[in-house]
Design a protein around this ligand. Structure first.
Ligand SMILES: Cc1cc2nc3c(=O)[nH]c(=O)nc-3n(C[C@H](O)[C@H](O)[C@H](O)COP(=O)(O)OP(=O)(O)OC[C@H]3O[C@@H](n4cnc5c(N)ncnc54)[C@H](O)[C@@H]3O)c2cc1C
Length: 466
């Protein structure tokens, strides 16, 4: 048995959440070790390169919803490598009747769009007069949107966005948990429209941005620039290290055990942060915090297959003049949508070629990501030929499967988080920071990482003698 010297904090999982907690803790003067199962840091974030093309197996871009992102990039010295999305990417398409229709982004374009009927457009004028729901009553995203904006808005706007963000089913996602800001707008202002106007003024004062206002960003060499820089600055990210147990000793010390190259390893720490997916965190907590473990186990994930395809530009009739498109359920297609990755950011492909990123599966078709490569490729080509009119197959396709792509914030999620957090009181020194709580977007992971580090720092100031 190989035993490492005592450290202040052990972080389990080197995704963006775990790396951000570790980075801030290190800045606050704590000794931190990050333990990661895979052979690279970054978790869901991963960039690939081949033949001069650049693509993402996970997130294609982040939204700068919080000033903490740029502060972190400045600190890491990679602000210069950041890329804002091309202006063209402001345009997002929704499929209706087999056609790509730009999502209206202003009141003028909203009233002119063929995406919604006149009844839906006029119905929006009623929205400020619809009374708010009881804050105690948990409502689905679908129920909330139907009640305030109508069925068509759900089908052709919110539904596709929910599958774009959560790969999820709006009928079972909790609006309070999955879209807390939307729920808060209704509770605070009694109307989404009134809230959007008044809320924008308040966010301006706090230098925050809503997801609508925030700009998409990536990096010249892809999203992995971010997590690579975080990992590099930490000096102590131990890869290929799979954690199998954590134990809380009567003395207050945490013992973390795992394996690297089949060798048993052990670490001791004053605090431990679980930044691994919910089922892994559940298994680690199960021996001593049964209820928290059960709550974590109940968090389900949407599986997604990401298909990167490289095309001769002339083989696609569509202009690819946007961010990409999302497919509503009622269109009866098998793909969830595609991103026009090489239109969004420079350096992804030369002008004779295009890189597309197509998503298949999610809660709409959870069985599809497990189909063989040939079947997935056929699904992609069939749907793309209908929508963007491809003349020839892609030059090549690369497929990534994410069995646990996105955690689903379904009914009861906030109660589950309370049950998980209760373990922090009974077992002092355990903390949680991962995308199964507090938001799945990259900006949420950065904010949660920042806040969790501050929580741990405060815990040390209270409990651990200098
Ligand atoms: C296909 C896809 C597309 C996405 N697109 C976007 C997007 O466009 N914009 C956006 O904002 N967000 C997007 N997201 C969501 C965002 O990428 C994630 O929510 C975020 O990266 C999660 O970070 P995390 O650190 O919480 O979790 P993860 O990245 O999942 O990290 C958890 C880490 O724990 C490690 N681990 C697991 N078990 C163990 C163990 N036993 N021991 C040690 N380590 C372990 C894992 O290997 C992993 O590295 C996307 C996600 C996916 C999958």
């Amino acid at each position: 048995m190989n035993s490492e010297p005592t450290k202040n904090v052990i972080v389990i999982g080197a995704g963006l959440s775990g790396l951000t907690v570790a980075y801030r803790l290190k800045k606050q003067g704590h000794a931190v070790t990050v333990l990661e199962k895979e052979n690279r840091a970054g978790g869901a974030i991963g960039s690939g390169r081949r033949d001069g093309f650049l693509w993402e197996s996970g997130p294609n871009s982040g939204l700068d919803t919080t000033p903490l992102i740029n502060e972190l990039l400045d600190d890491l010295g990679i602000r210069e490598e950041r890329l804002g999305a091309n202006k063209i990417a402001d345009r997002r398409f929704i499929v209706r009747g087999g056609r790509l229709i730009p999502m209206p982004m202003s009141p003028m374009t909203f009233f002119g769009t063929p995406l919604f009927s006149y009844a839906t457009k006029l119905g929006l004028l009623r929205e400020p007069f619809i009374s708010r729901s009881s804050p105690e009553m948990e409502e689905s995203v679908a129920g909330f949107v139907r009640r305030r904006l109508g069925e068509e808005f759900l089908e052709y706007a919110v539904g596709p966005f929910v599958s774009g963000i959560y790969a999820g089913d709006p009928e079972v996602l909790s609006v309070q948990a999955a879209f807390p800001k939307l729920f808060a707008l209704e509770q605070r202002y009694g109307s989404l429209i009134r809230g959007a106007i008044l809320g924008a003024r308040e966010r301006k004062l706090k230098a925050e941005k809503s997801k609508n206002e925030a700009k998409s960003f990536s990096f010249k060499d892809g999203m992995q620039t971010f997590t690579d820089a975080l990992a590099k600055s930490l000096n102590d990210v131990q890869l290929e290290t799979s954690i199998e147990s954590v134990q809380h000793e009567a003395s207050g010390t945490w013992i973390v055990r795992g394996k690297r190259n089949n060798e048993n390893k052990e670490w001791r720490a004053a605090a431990v942060v679980l930044s691994a997916p919910a089922d892994v965190a559940s298994a680690l907590l199960a021996p001593f915090a049964e209820d928290a473990a059960a709550a974590l186990k109940a968090i389900s994930y949407a599986p997604v297959a990401t298909l990167i395809s490289v095309w001769k530009r002339d083989d696609i009739a569509h202009q690819l003049d946007g961010f990409g498109f999302l497919v509503p359920r009622s269109e009866g297609l098998n793909i969830l949508g595609s991103l026009f990755s090489s239109s969004m950011f420079p350096y992804r492909a030369n002008s004779d070629h295009a890189v597309l990123t197509t998503f298949i599966g999610g809660m709409r078709h959870p069985e599809l990501p497990y189909k063989d490569d040939e079947t997935l490729q056929q699904i992609m080509e069939r749907d793309l030929s209908r929508l963007i009119h491809i003349k020839n197959p892609p030059l090549w396709t690369q497929i990534y499967r994410h069995p646990r792509a996105i955690p689903q914030y379904t009914f009861g999620h906030l109660q589950r988080i309370q049950r998980i957090d209760a373990a922090k009181k009974t077992h002092r020194g355990v903390f949680f920071c991962a995308n199964w709580r507090g938001g799945i977007a990259l900006g949420d992971c950065v904010k949660n990482g920042h806040d969790t580090a501050d929580e741990i720092h405060a815990y040390f100031s209270e409990t651990v003698p200098a």
